[in-house]
Design a protein around this ligand. Sequence first.
Ligand code: NAD
Length: 477
Amino acid sequence: MQFNYIANTSLPSSSGQTIVMIDPSDGQPYDEIQRSNAADIEQAVQAARAGLNTSWSKLGAAERGRLLMRLAQKVTEHAQELSRIEQRDCGKPTKQANADAAALARYFEFYAGACDKLHGETIPYLDGYSVLTWREPHGVTGHIIPWNYPMQIFGRSVGGALAAGNVCVVKPAEDACLSLIRVAQLAAEVGFPPGVINIVTGYGHEVGDALARHPGIDHISFTGSPSVGTLIQQVAAERHCPVTLELGGKSPQIVFADADLEAVIPAIVSAIVQNAGQTCSAGSRVLIEQSIYEPLLARLGHAFEQLRVGPATRDLDVGPLIRHSQQQRVQQFLSDAQAAGIPTVAQGQVVPEAPATGFYQAPTLLRDVPVSHRIAQEEVFGPVLCAMAFRDEDHAVELANATQFGLVAGVWTADGARQFRMARRLRSGQVFINNYGAGGGVELPFGGVKSSGHGREKGMEALYGFTTLKTVAIKHG
Ligand code: NAD
Protein backbone atom coordinates (compact mmCIF):
# COMPACT_ATOMS: atom_id res chain seq x y z
CA MET A 1 0.00 0.00 0.00
CA GLN A 2 1.33 3.45 -0.95
CA PHE A 3 0.53 6.68 0.88
CA ASN A 4 0.51 10.38 0.15
CA TYR A 5 3.67 12.13 1.26
CA ILE A 6 2.86 15.44 2.95
CA ALA A 7 5.22 17.39 5.23
CA ASN A 8 7.70 14.50 5.07
CA THR A 9 5.07 12.11 6.46
CA SER A 10 3.29 9.17 4.82
CA LEU A 11 -0.45 9.73 5.16
CA PRO A 12 -3.59 7.92 4.03
CA SER A 13 -6.16 9.90 2.06
CA SER A 14 -9.03 11.38 4.00
CA SER A 15 -11.50 9.41 1.85
CA GLY A 16 -10.05 6.11 3.06
CA GLN A 17 -10.31 4.93 -0.55
CA THR A 18 -7.58 3.52 -2.73
CA ILE A 19 -6.84 2.93 -6.42
CA VAL A 20 -5.45 -0.42 -7.57
CA MET A 21 -2.25 -0.26 -9.62
CA ILE A 22 -2.06 -2.54 -12.66
CA ASP A 23 1.16 -3.92 -14.17
CA PRO A 24 0.93 -3.19 -17.93
CA SER A 25 3.10 -6.20 -18.76
CA ASP A 26 0.54 -8.72 -17.49
CA GLY A 27 -2.56 -6.70 -16.64
CA GLN A 28 -2.44 -7.88 -13.02
CA PRO A 29 -2.89 -5.73 -9.87
CA TYR A 30 0.24 -5.31 -7.76
CA ASP A 31 -0.23 -2.37 -5.38
CA GLU A 32 -2.64 0.37 -4.25
CA ILE A 33 -2.34 4.14 -4.02
CA GLN A 34 -4.44 6.64 -2.12
CA ARG A 35 -7.54 8.02 -3.83
CA SER A 36 -7.20 11.53 -2.45
CA ASN A 37 -9.62 14.41 -2.68
CA ALA A 38 -9.88 18.16 -2.05
CA ALA A 39 -9.35 17.71 1.69
CA ASP A 40 -5.96 16.10 1.06
CA ILE A 41 -5.00 18.91 -1.28
CA GLU A 42 -5.99 21.37 1.42
CA GLN A 43 -3.68 19.57 3.84
CA ALA A 44 -0.82 19.51 1.32
CA VAL A 45 -1.19 23.20 0.47
CA GLN A 46 -1.19 24.12 4.16
CA ALA A 47 1.93 22.00 4.63
CA ALA A 48 3.54 23.70 1.64
CA ARG A 49 2.70 27.20 2.89
CA ALA A 50 4.20 26.24 6.23
CA GLY A 51 7.18 24.85 4.31
CA LEU A 52 7.78 28.32 2.89
CA ASN A 53 8.45 29.52 6.43
CA THR A 54 10.94 26.83 7.35
CA SER A 55 14.69 26.98 6.95
CA TRP A 56 14.00 26.52 3.22
CA SER A 57 13.30 30.19 2.57
CA LYS A 58 16.32 31.24 4.61
CA LEU A 59 18.70 29.11 2.58
CA GLY A 60 21.05 31.09 0.37
CA ALA A 61 20.99 30.14 -3.31
CA ALA A 62 24.25 28.20 -3.03
CA GLU A 63 22.95 26.26 -0.01
CA ARG A 64 19.78 25.42 -1.91
CA GLY A 65 21.99 24.16 -4.71
CA ARG A 66 23.95 21.95 -2.32
CA LEU A 67 20.72 20.41 -1.03
CA LEU A 68 19.53 19.69 -4.57
CA MET A 69 22.93 18.20 -5.36
CA ARG A 70 22.59 15.89 -2.36
CA LEU A 71 19.24 14.78 -3.78
CA ALA A 72 20.85 14.17 -7.18
CA GLN A 73 23.45 11.97 -5.49
CA LYS A 74 20.80 10.13 -3.48
CA VAL A 75 18.77 9.45 -6.61
CA THR A 76 21.90 8.10 -8.30
CA GLU A 77 22.53 5.78 -5.33
CA HIS A 78 18.93 4.55 -5.60
CA ALA A 79 18.77 4.54 -9.39
CA GLN A 80 18.26 0.79 -9.70
CA GLU A 81 15.46 0.80 -7.13
CA LEU A 82 13.71 3.78 -8.77
CA SER A 83 14.15 2.30 -12.21
CA ARG A 84 12.56 -1.01 -11.16
CA ILE A 85 9.62 0.81 -9.54
CA GLU A 86 8.91 2.88 -12.63
CA GLN A 87 9.48 -0.08 -14.93
CA ARG A 88 6.63 -1.95 -13.27
CA ASP A 89 4.40 1.09 -13.02
CA CYS A 90 4.75 2.07 -16.69
CA GLY A 91 5.83 -1.13 -18.45
CA LYS A 92 9.13 0.42 -19.53
CA PRO A 93 11.88 -1.76 -20.97
CA THR A 94 14.88 -1.83 -18.61
CA LYS A 95 17.06 0.43 -20.76
CA GLN A 96 14.35 3.11 -20.83
CA ALA A 97 13.62 2.89 -17.11
CA ASN A 98 17.34 3.14 -16.32
CA ALA A 99 17.67 6.14 -18.62
CA ASP A 100 14.75 7.84 -16.88
CA ALA A 101 16.29 7.36 -13.42
CA ALA A 102 19.59 8.76 -14.71
CA ALA A 103 17.75 11.73 -16.23
CA LEU A 104 16.02 12.45 -12.92
CA ALA A 105 19.39 12.68 -11.16
CA ARG A 106 20.75 14.81 -13.99
CA TYR A 107 17.84 17.30 -13.69
CA PHE A 108 18.53 17.75 -9.99
CA GLU A 109 22.24 18.10 -10.71
CA PHE A 110 21.65 20.70 -13.42
CA TYR A 111 19.25 22.73 -11.32
CA ALA A 112 21.54 22.41 -8.28
CA GLY A 113 24.21 24.19 -10.30
CA ALA A 114 21.73 26.76 -11.58
CA CYS A 115 20.48 27.99 -8.18
CA ASP A 116 23.14 30.66 -7.71
CA LYS A 117 23.22 31.70 -11.37
CA LEU A 118 19.67 32.98 -11.50
CA HIS A 119 19.82 36.74 -11.11
CA GLY A 120 18.14 39.97 -12.05
CA GLU A 121 19.52 43.04 -13.82
CA THR A 122 20.27 46.67 -13.23
CA ILE A 123 18.57 49.01 -15.68
CA PRO A 124 20.01 52.38 -16.77
CA TYR A 125 17.33 55.01 -16.00
CA LEU A 126 16.85 58.68 -15.14
CA ASP A 127 19.52 60.63 -13.32
CA GLY A 128 19.11 60.14 -9.58
CA TYR A 129 17.56 56.66 -9.84
CA SER A 130 18.89 53.14 -9.53
CA VAL A 131 16.66 50.44 -10.93
CA LEU A 132 17.12 46.72 -10.44
CA THR A 133 15.10 43.55 -10.93
CA TRP A 134 14.80 40.57 -8.60
CA ARG A 135 13.70 37.08 -9.60
CA GLU A 136 11.53 35.86 -6.74
CA PRO A 137 9.90 32.43 -6.35
CA HIS A 138 6.14 32.28 -6.91
CA GLY A 139 5.72 30.56 -3.53
CA VAL A 140 3.77 27.30 -3.72
CA THR A 141 3.90 25.70 -7.15
CA GLY A 142 1.49 22.95 -8.22
CA HIS A 143 2.74 20.20 -10.56
CA ILE A 144 0.36 17.89 -12.43
CA ILE A 145 2.29 15.06 -14.03
CA PRO A 146 1.37 12.41 -16.65
CA TRP A 147 2.17 8.69 -16.55
CA ASN A 148 4.48 8.41 -19.53
CA TYR A 149 7.69 9.75 -17.95
CA PRO A 150 6.96 10.36 -14.24
CA MET A 151 10.57 10.65 -13.09
CA GLN A 152 11.77 12.77 -15.99
CA ILE A 153 8.86 15.19 -15.80
CA PHE A 154 9.12 15.43 -12.01
CA GLY A 155 12.84 16.17 -12.41
CA ARG A 156 12.45 18.95 -14.91
CA SER A 157 9.39 20.53 -13.35
CA VAL A 158 9.95 20.15 -9.61
CA GLY A 159 13.74 20.48 -10.04
CA GLY A 160 13.33 23.87 -11.70
CA ALA A 161 10.72 25.07 -9.21
CA LEU A 162 12.89 24.13 -6.21
CA ALA A 163 15.98 25.74 -7.73
CA ALA A 164 14.04 29.00 -7.95
CA GLY A 165 13.11 28.70 -4.26
CA ASN A 166 9.51 27.50 -4.52
CA VAL A 167 7.87 24.72 -2.51
CA CYS A 168 5.82 22.12 -4.39
CA VAL A 169 2.56 20.21 -4.30
CA VAL A 170 2.69 17.38 -6.83
CA LYS A 171 -0.22 15.40 -8.32
CA PRO A 172 1.24 12.46 -10.23
CA ALA A 173 -0.82 10.39 -12.67
CA GLU A 174 -3.07 7.71 -11.21
CA ASP A 175 -1.55 5.11 -13.57
CA ALA A 176 2.07 5.60 -12.51
CA CYS A 177 3.26 7.44 -9.44
CA LEU A 178 5.17 5.09 -7.14
CA SER A 179 8.63 6.33 -8.16
CA LEU A 180 7.70 9.90 -7.22
CA ILE A 181 6.51 8.94 -3.74
CA ARG A 182 9.90 7.28 -3.25
CA VAL A 183 11.81 10.34 -4.55
CA ALA A 184 9.97 12.56 -2.05
CA GLN A 185 11.05 10.20 0.75
CA LEU A 186 14.65 10.36 -0.47
CA ALA A 187 14.44 14.17 -0.49
CA ALA A 188 13.41 14.12 3.18
CA GLU A 189 16.35 11.82 3.93
CA VAL A 190 18.87 14.28 2.47
CA GLY A 191 17.43 17.17 4.45
CA PHE A 192 14.59 18.84 2.54
CA PRO A 193 12.46 20.45 5.26
CA PRO A 194 8.85 19.32 5.78
CA GLY A 195 6.40 20.86 3.33
CA VAL A 196 8.89 21.56 0.53
CA ILE A 197 7.94 18.52 -1.58
CA ASN A 198 4.42 17.12 -1.11
CA ILE A 199 2.86 14.30 -3.13
CA VAL A 200 -0.89 13.70 -3.33
CA THR A 201 -2.14 10.82 -5.48
CA GLY A 202 -5.54 10.21 -7.03
CA TYR A 203 -7.69 10.84 -10.07
CA GLY A 204 -7.31 13.98 -12.16
CA HIS A 205 -10.92 15.09 -12.02
CA GLU A 206 -10.84 14.84 -8.22
CA VAL A 207 -7.45 15.69 -6.80
CA GLY A 208 -5.93 17.31 -9.93
CA ASP A 209 -8.92 19.61 -10.26
CA ALA A 210 -8.75 20.48 -6.55
CA LEU A 211 -5.08 21.37 -6.91
CA ALA A 212 -5.67 23.59 -9.93
CA ARG A 213 -8.49 25.42 -8.13
CA HIS A 214 -6.77 25.92 -4.80
CA PRO A 215 -6.12 29.62 -4.04
CA GLY A 216 -2.98 28.67 -2.12
CA ILE A 217 -1.28 27.50 -5.33
CA ASP A 218 0.69 30.36 -6.87
CA HIS A 219 1.73 28.73 -10.17
CA ILE A 220 0.70 25.57 -12.02
CA SER A 221 2.94 23.45 -14.19
CA PHE A 222 0.75 21.03 -16.12
CA THR A 223 2.07 18.29 -18.39
CA GLY A 224 -0.58 16.21 -20.12
CA SER A 225 -3.20 16.21 -22.83
CA PRO A 226 -4.43 19.34 -24.63
CA SER A 227 -8.02 18.76 -23.46
CA VAL A 228 -7.09 18.69 -19.77
CA GLY A 229 -4.63 21.55 -20.37
CA THR A 230 -7.58 23.66 -21.53
CA LEU A 231 -9.49 22.86 -18.33
CA ILE A 232 -6.48 23.74 -16.19
CA GLN A 233 -5.99 27.07 -17.92
CA GLN A 234 -9.69 27.93 -17.55
CA VAL A 235 -9.68 27.11 -13.85
CA ALA A 236 -6.43 28.97 -13.27
CA ALA A 237 -7.69 32.01 -15.18
CA GLU A 238 -10.48 32.49 -12.64
CA ARG A 239 -7.90 33.49 -10.08
CA HIS A 240 -5.21 34.75 -12.50
CA CYS A 241 -2.82 31.99 -11.57
CA PRO A 242 0.09 31.66 -14.03
CA VAL A 243 0.26 28.35 -15.89
CA THR A 244 2.85 26.48 -17.90
CA LEU A 245 1.27 23.98 -20.27
CA GLU A 246 3.34 21.13 -21.72
CA LEU A 247 0.89 19.33 -23.99
CA GLY A 248 0.83 16.90 -26.88
CA GLY A 249 2.44 16.67 -30.28
CA LYS A 250 2.22 15.20 -33.76
CA SER A 251 5.83 15.81 -34.60
CA PRO A 252 7.16 15.51 -38.16
CA GLN A 253 10.48 14.13 -39.32
CA ILE A 254 11.25 15.58 -42.76
CA VAL A 255 13.66 13.62 -44.93
CA PHE A 256 15.14 15.22 -48.05
CA ALA A 257 16.71 13.14 -50.81
CA ASP A 258 20.23 14.30 -49.90
CA ALA A 259 19.97 13.04 -46.29
CA ASP A 260 22.29 10.43 -44.81
CA LEU A 261 19.84 7.53 -44.79
CA GLU A 262 22.10 5.35 -42.63
CA ALA A 263 21.58 7.88 -39.83
CA VAL A 264 17.94 8.61 -40.71
CA ILE A 265 16.51 5.09 -40.44
CA PRO A 266 17.42 4.21 -36.83
CA ALA A 267 16.55 7.75 -35.69
CA ILE A 268 13.10 7.63 -37.28
CA VAL A 269 12.33 4.19 -35.87
CA SER A 270 13.48 4.98 -32.34
CA ALA A 271 11.64 8.33 -32.26
CA ILE A 272 8.31 6.53 -32.67
CA VAL A 273 8.90 3.31 -30.73
CA GLN A 274 10.62 4.81 -27.67
CA ASN A 275 8.35 4.26 -24.67
CA ALA A 276 5.95 2.40 -27.03
CA GLY A 277 5.20 5.69 -28.80
CA GLN A 278 3.83 7.19 -25.58
CA THR A 279 6.06 10.24 -25.81
CA CYS A 280 4.82 13.79 -26.32
CA SER A 281 7.72 14.45 -28.69
CA ALA A 282 7.39 11.13 -30.57
CA GLY A 283 8.26 11.54 -34.25
CA SER A 284 4.88 10.22 -35.35
CA ARG A 285 4.90 11.51 -38.95
CA VAL A 286 7.65 10.96 -41.50
CA LEU A 287 7.56 13.26 -44.53
CA ILE A 288 9.75 11.91 -47.33
CA GLU A 289 10.88 13.66 -50.54
CA GLN A 290 9.11 12.02 -53.48
CA SER A 291 12.27 10.76 -55.22
CA ILE A 292 13.30 8.57 -52.24
CA TYR A 293 9.80 7.71 -50.97
CA GLU A 294 9.68 4.09 -52.17
CA PRO A 295 13.26 3.07 -51.29
CA LEU A 296 13.15 4.71 -47.85
CA LEU A 297 9.75 3.19 -47.05
CA ALA A 298 11.10 -0.24 -48.00
CA ARG A 299 14.03 0.18 -45.62
CA LEU A 300 11.86 1.57 -42.83
CA GLY A 301 9.45 -1.33 -43.34
CA HIS A 302 12.32 -3.78 -42.96
CA ALA A 303 13.39 -2.06 -39.73
CA PHE A 304 9.81 -2.21 -38.37
CA GLU A 305 9.61 -5.94 -39.09
CA GLN A 306 12.65 -6.52 -36.86
CA LEU A 307 11.04 -4.82 -33.83
CA ARG A 308 10.10 -7.06 -30.92
CA VAL A 309 7.45 -6.19 -28.33
CA GLY A 310 7.18 -7.86 -24.93
CA PRO A 311 7.17 -7.61 -21.14
CA ALA A 312 9.12 -4.72 -19.64
CA THR A 313 11.71 -6.90 -17.93
CA ARG A 314 12.54 -8.67 -21.21
CA ASP A 315 14.02 -5.31 -22.26
CA LEU A 316 13.00 -5.64 -25.92
CA ASP A 317 12.57 -2.80 -28.41
CA VAL A 318 9.07 -1.99 -27.18
CA GLY A 319 7.17 -2.63 -23.94
CA PRO A 320 3.41 -2.67 -23.33
CA LEU A 321 1.13 0.36 -23.48
CA ILE A 322 0.13 1.82 -20.13
CA ARG A 323 -3.38 0.39 -19.84
CA HIS A 324 -6.12 -1.51 -21.62
CA SER A 325 -8.03 1.62 -22.66
CA GLN A 326 -4.87 3.03 -24.28
CA GLN A 327 -4.42 -0.23 -26.20
CA GLN A 328 -8.03 -0.01 -27.40
CA ARG A 329 -7.54 3.63 -28.39
CA VAL A 330 -4.50 2.80 -30.56
CA GLN A 331 -6.31 -0.14 -32.14
CA GLN A 332 -9.29 2.10 -32.94
CA PHE A 333 -6.99 4.54 -34.76
CA LEU A 334 -5.56 1.64 -36.78
CA SER A 335 -8.95 0.21 -37.70
CA ASP A 336 -10.12 3.70 -38.77
CA ALA A 337 -7.02 3.95 -40.98
CA GLN A 338 -7.70 0.53 -42.44
CA ALA A 339 -11.31 1.44 -43.15
CA ALA A 340 -10.08 4.55 -44.98
CA GLY A 341 -7.85 2.36 -47.19
CA ILE A 342 -4.55 3.59 -45.73
CA PRO A 343 -1.97 0.89 -46.54
CA THR A 344 0.17 -0.77 -43.85
CA VAL A 345 3.82 -1.14 -44.91
CA ALA A 346 5.02 -3.29 -42.01
CA GLN A 347 4.50 -4.26 -38.38
CA GLY A 348 6.78 -5.48 -35.62
CA GLN A 349 5.95 -8.57 -33.60
CA VAL A 350 4.69 -9.24 -30.11
CA VAL A 351 6.81 -12.10 -28.75
CA PRO A 352 4.82 -15.32 -28.14
CA GLU A 353 5.65 -15.44 -24.42
CA ALA A 354 4.08 -11.99 -23.78
CA PRO A 355 1.08 -12.57 -21.44
CA ALA A 356 -2.22 -12.29 -23.30
CA THR A 357 -3.45 -10.09 -20.45
CA GLY A 358 -0.70 -7.47 -21.09
CA PHE A 359 -1.36 -4.33 -23.14
CA TYR A 360 0.79 -4.98 -26.20
CA GLN A 361 0.69 -3.24 -29.56
CA ALA A 362 2.89 -4.12 -32.54
CA PRO A 363 4.65 -1.05 -34.01
CA THR A 364 2.97 -0.16 -37.31
CA LEU A 365 4.19 1.80 -40.34
CA LEU A 366 1.45 3.31 -42.52
CA ARG A 367 1.99 4.92 -45.94
CA ASP A 368 0.25 7.48 -48.18
CA VAL A 369 -1.58 8.84 -45.16
CA PRO A 370 -3.83 11.76 -46.21
CA VAL A 371 -2.84 14.87 -44.26
CA SER A 372 -6.45 15.44 -43.23
CA HIS A 373 -7.07 11.94 -41.81
CA ARG A 374 -7.35 11.85 -38.03
CA ILE A 375 -4.40 9.48 -37.75
CA ALA A 376 -2.25 12.20 -39.37
CA GLN A 377 -3.75 14.94 -37.20
CA GLU A 378 -4.32 13.53 -33.71
CA GLU A 379 -1.93 12.18 -31.15
CA VAL A 380 -2.21 8.36 -31.21
CA PHE A 381 0.18 7.91 -28.27
CA GLY A 382 1.25 4.49 -29.50
CA PRO A 383 3.91 3.07 -31.85
CA VAL A 384 2.23 4.14 -35.10
CA LEU A 385 4.21 6.01 -37.77
CA CYS A 386 2.43 7.81 -40.63
CA ALA A 387 4.44 8.27 -43.85
CA MET A 388 3.62 10.74 -46.60
CA ALA A 389 5.51 12.06 -49.64
CA PHE A 390 6.35 15.71 -50.39
CA ARG A 391 7.29 17.40 -53.66
CA ASP A 392 9.60 20.21 -52.53
CA GLU A 393 10.57 22.39 -49.59
CA ASP A 394 7.37 24.45 -49.63
CA HIS A 395 5.24 21.32 -49.68
CA ALA A 396 7.27 19.81 -46.80
CA VAL A 397 6.72 22.94 -44.68
CA GLU A 398 3.00 22.98 -45.53
CA LEU A 399 2.55 19.34 -44.46
CA ALA A 400 4.73 19.70 -41.36
CA ASN A 401 2.81 22.74 -40.10
CA ALA A 402 -0.61 21.33 -40.99
CA THR A 403 -1.63 20.05 -37.55
CA GLN A 404 -2.85 21.79 -34.39
CA PHE A 405 0.46 20.86 -32.71
CA GLY A 406 3.94 22.37 -32.72
CA LEU A 407 6.23 20.62 -30.25
CA VAL A 408 9.24 19.12 -32.06
CA ALA A 409 10.36 18.73 -35.67
CA GLY A 410 13.27 16.87 -37.25
CA VAL A 411 14.86 17.83 -40.59
CA TRP A 412 17.29 15.59 -42.42
CA THR A 413 19.28 17.24 -45.22
CA ALA A 414 22.91 17.88 -46.14
CA ASP A 415 22.09 21.35 -47.56
CA GLY A 416 23.21 23.93 -45.01
CA ALA A 417 21.11 26.81 -46.35
CA ARG A 418 18.03 24.59 -46.39
CA GLN A 419 18.70 23.56 -42.79
CA PHE A 420 18.36 27.20 -41.69
CA ARG A 421 15.38 27.92 -43.94
CA MET A 422 13.50 24.92 -42.62
CA ALA A 423 14.35 25.68 -38.99
CA ARG A 424 12.89 29.16 -39.44
CA ARG A 425 9.74 28.07 -41.26
CA LEU A 426 8.66 25.22 -38.99
CA ARG A 427 6.16 26.22 -36.31
CA SER A 428 7.60 24.19 -33.49
CA GLY A 429 9.12 24.65 -30.03
CA GLN A 430 12.21 22.64 -30.97
CA VAL A 431 13.78 21.85 -34.35
CA PHE A 432 16.47 19.22 -34.73
CA ILE A 433 18.66 19.14 -37.83
CA ASN A 434 20.22 15.79 -38.80
CA ASN A 435 19.27 14.35 -35.41
CA TYR A 436 16.12 13.97 -33.37
CA GLY A 437 16.07 15.03 -29.73
CA ALA A 438 19.83 15.62 -29.37
CA GLY A 439 19.86 13.01 -26.60
CA GLY A 440 17.13 14.84 -24.68
CA GLY A 441 19.59 17.11 -22.86
CA VAL A 442 18.24 18.68 -19.69
CA GLU A 443 19.94 21.92 -20.76
CA LEU A 444 17.68 22.39 -23.80
CA PRO A 445 14.54 24.52 -23.27
CA PHE A 446 11.45 22.48 -24.14
CA GLY A 447 7.84 23.36 -24.85
CA GLY A 448 5.40 23.96 -27.63
CA VAL A 449 3.47 26.41 -29.75
CA LYS A 450 -0.21 26.16 -30.77
CA SER A 451 -1.98 23.25 -29.02
CA SER A 452 1.33 21.85 -27.79
CA GLY A 453 1.21 24.43 -25.01
CA HIS A 454 3.09 27.47 -23.82
CA GLY A 455 5.87 28.27 -21.42
CA ARG A 456 9.15 26.40 -21.33
CA GLU A 457 10.63 23.77 -19.06
CA LYS A 458 14.18 22.37 -19.00
CA GLY A 459 17.34 24.45 -19.18
CA MET A 460 17.82 27.86 -17.61
CA GLU A 461 14.72 29.11 -19.44
CA ALA A 462 12.49 27.11 -17.08
CA LEU A 463 13.73 29.13 -14.14
CA TYR A 464 12.23 32.32 -15.55
CA GLY A 465 8.83 30.58 -15.60
CA PHE A 466 9.25 29.44 -12.00
CA THR A 467 9.96 32.99 -10.82
CA THR A 468 8.18 36.29 -10.87
CA LEU A 469 10.12 39.45 -11.67
CA LYS A 470 10.06 42.36 -9.27
CA THR A 471 11.29 45.78 -10.42
CA VAL A 472 12.74 48.01 -7.72
CA ALA A 473 13.33 51.71 -8.49
CA ILE A 474 15.27 53.72 -5.90
CA LYS A 475 15.35 57.51 -6.05
CA HIS A 476 18.50 58.62 -4.32
CA GLY A 477 19.18 61.91 -6.05
P1 NAD B 1 -3.92 13.62 -19.06
O1 NAD B 1 -4.13 15.02 -19.49
O2 NAD B 1 -5.06 12.68 -19.11
O3 NAD B 1 -3.39 13.55 -17.57
C1 NAD B 1 -2.26 14.29 -17.15
C2 NAD B 1 -2.40 14.57 -15.68
O4 NAD B 1 -3.53 15.42 -15.48
C3 NAD B 1 -2.64 13.32 -14.82
O5 NAD B 1 -1.97 13.46 -13.59
C4 NAD B 1 -4.15 13.36 -14.62
O6 NAD B 1 -4.58 12.69 -13.46
C5 NAD B 1 -4.40 14.86 -14.51
N1 NAD B 1 -5.76 15.26 -14.81
C6 NAD B 1 -6.68 14.63 -15.58
N2 NAD B 1 -7.85 15.32 -15.57
C7 NAD B 1 -7.67 16.41 -14.78
C8 NAD B 1 -8.49 17.50 -14.40
N3 NAD B 1 -9.74 17.62 -14.82
N4 NAD B 1 -7.95 18.46 -13.60
C9 NAD B 1 -6.67 18.37 -13.20
N5 NAD B 1 -5.85 17.35 -13.50
C10 NAD B 1 -6.33 16.38 -14.30
O7 NAD B 1 -2.69 13.09 -19.91
P2 NAD B 1 -2.04 11.66 -19.89
O8 NAD B 1 -2.88 10.73 -20.68
O9 NAD B 1 -1.68 11.30 -18.49
O10 NAD B 1 -0.66 11.95 -20.64
C11 NAD B 1 -0.55 11.91 -22.01
C12 NAD B 1 -0.55 13.32 -22.57
O11 NAD B 1 0.48 14.08 -21.96
C13 NAD B 1 -0.26 13.33 -24.05
O12 NAD B 1 -1.08 14.27 -24.68
C14 NAD B 1 1.21 13.77 -24.09
O13 NAD B 1 1.62 14.36 -25.29
C15 NAD B 1 1.25 14.73 -22.96
N6 NAD B 1 2.63 14.93 -22.52
C16 NAD B 1 3.24 16.12 -22.81
C17 NAD B 1 4.56 16.33 -22.45
C18 NAD B 1 5.27 17.62 -22.77
O14 NAD B 1 6.29 17.89 -22.16
N7 NAD B 1 4.77 18.43 -23.70
C19 NAD B 1 5.26 15.33 -21.77
C20 NAD B 1 4.61 14.14 -21.49
C21 NAD B 1 3.28 13.96 -21.86
